[in-house]
Design a binder for this molecule. Structure first.
Ligand SMILES: Nc1ncnc2c1ncn2[C@@H]1O[C@H](COP(=O)(O)OP(=O)(O)OP(=O)(O)O)[C@@H](O)[C@H]1O
Ligand SMILES: [Mg+2]
Length: 438
């Protein structure tokens, strides 16, 4: 086994007797292990190499008084070459005694290991413990001391000093790593929050631009819609005006029945205009309203009672209403949506359908409520399917084409979703997902 190069550890002897300094030099300042120590370690550990930390060599300094010793410890620490341990005599006249010195040494260097050396019972252990506190950095050595005992103490304490410094370094590294990690986490947290804010802002912008787009489509659709009834209302009114002017001029009316028809047509035209205006008003009212907790099943059942089926209708109505949480919406808004979807479904069921069926369903999905309005009618051809939510898109003569775009506006306004699934010739399902009310 290769041993690491022997680390050199610094030891300070603080004793008023210079001959003691020399004794310690002799005992400690040899780099190679003494045979007797090796023999002892052989007996204890099985081999000299088995010693943890390897053999130390020591650099031994000495001071004759407590104050001087404290000064040297301070200097050594400041130079970055701290002492690992100090052997401190208890009695050092005329200066401060060993116990007081030790207290000051620890103030100067908190890692320093101390061995208090005493020939007399100057202090009892209790007194030392009381003055310095029970301290794992302190050992007491009785004089006259045994050389091997001193060497062994020096090795053990030097190793303890190493280990405690290592563990402190580890702790500092760990604390540093934790601090860095925490900082990283905080930074990524802040990034995430920023991204979420950005996303929310983008979504709001998107919703706003979608709404503007819908409004734009509505405006151009409306212009198209009203131009034809407006055209024939104005033609018919002009026709009537001319006829009445002629009559005022004394010319008798040529065909009063035809004039009455023109009147009726004009009124029909204004009715059509009125309806468009009403629909558009309704559409314009679909601004996001604050939702309240609504019992969606109740609203759905009530909407169904308000639908008038043609006399003799064979439409079978199936209700599959599972319990769902209260949703965030408004009674009025949801009624509007359900009425539109149910009338569309009924209109999609041809009179000669063998088994016309309308199914209304509710079911919970996660925290949300799902409503389905399903018919087994005509279905929607693929070419129409992607347009049906656009304002004025209709395949029905006399239809406004606003029903579904109103539904879409209302549902998304409540933070919900509306989707459609359809198979031509088999039927259509409109599915609405609404968020649970808090
Ligand atoms: N259940 C359904 N089955 C088949 N087609 C449907 C169904 N619901 C909607 N559609 C199609 O979607 C189009 C748009 O529907 P929307 O409700 O917006 O307007 P409309 O029904 O045509 O007009 P209005 O609602 O004013 O009567 C309809 O013209 C129809 O082609
Ligand atoms: Mg409709």
């Amino acid at each position: 086994m290769i041993m690491p190069a022997s680390p050199r550890r610094r030891i300070l002897i603080i004793d008023d007797n210079p001959s003691i300094h020399q004794d310690f030099q002799k005992i400690l300042a040899t780099s190679e292990s003494s045979t007797s120590l090796d023999a002892l370690e052989m007996a204890i550990f099985g081999s000299p190499q088995a010693r943890g930390g390897g053999a130390y060599s020591f650099e031994v300094d000495s001071a004759s008084q407590g104050e001087e010793g404290v000064q040297r410890v301070k200097e050594a620490a400041a130079e970055g070459r701290p002492y690992a341990l100090a052997f401190v005599d208890i009695r050092m006249p005329p200066g401060i005694d060993g116990v007081e010195t030790t207290a000051l040494l620890w103030k100067a260097d908190e890692d320093l290991q101390v061995v208090l050396c005493s020939a007399y019972a100057d202090y009892s252990w209790e007194e030392v413990a009381q003055r310095l506190g029970i301290n794992q950095r302190l050992l007491i050595l009785r004089k006259p001391f045994d050389n091997i005992e001193v060497r062994q103490m020096a090795h053990a304490l030097a190793q303890k000093w190493d280990l405690s410094r290592q563990s402190r370094r580890r702790q500092e590294e760990l604390a540093q790593a934790v601090a860095e990690r925490t900082q990283e986490l905080q930074a990524s947290n802040a990034r995430l929050r920023q991204e979420m804010d950005d996303r929310a802002r983008l979504e709001a912008q998107l919703a706003q631009s979608q709404r503007l787009e819908a409004m734009g489509r509505l405006a151009s659709g409306m212009a198209n819609e009203i131009s034809s009834p407006l055209g024939f209302v104005s033609t018919n009114l002009n026709h009537l005006r001319l006829a009445l002017e002629k009559r005022n001029a004394g010319v008798p009316l040529e065909d009063p029945a035809e004039l009455l028809d023109a009147c009726r047509d004009a009124i029909q035209g204004t009715d059509r205009l009125k309806r468009i205006v009403q629909d558009v008003k309704l559409f314009a009212r679909v601004s996001p309203q604050p939702g309240v907790a609504v019992d969606v099943r109740k609203v759905l059942e009530q909407a169904l009672t308000r639908i008038e089926l043609p006399a003799g209708s064979r439409v079978q109505r199936v209700l599959e209403l599972q319990e769902v949480p209260p949703v965030l919406a408004s009674d009025e808004g949801l009624t509007q949506v359900f009425l539109n979807l149910i009338s569309n479904a009924i209109q999609a069921l041809p009179a000669d359908h063998p088994e016309p069926r309308l199914r209304l369903g509710t079911r919970p999905q996660g925290a949300d409520a799902v409503v389905e309005i399903q018919d087994n009618g005509a279905g929607i051809e693929a070419e129409h399917l992607s347009h049906i939510f656009e304002p004025f898109y209709t395949t029905k003569p006399g239809g406004s084409g606003l029903g579904l775009s109103i539904c879409h506006g209302i549902i998304t306004g409540f933070g919900g979703e509306i989707s459609v699934e359809s198979a031509p010739g088999k039927g259509t399902t409109f599915r609405i997902k609404l968020p649970r009310a808090a």
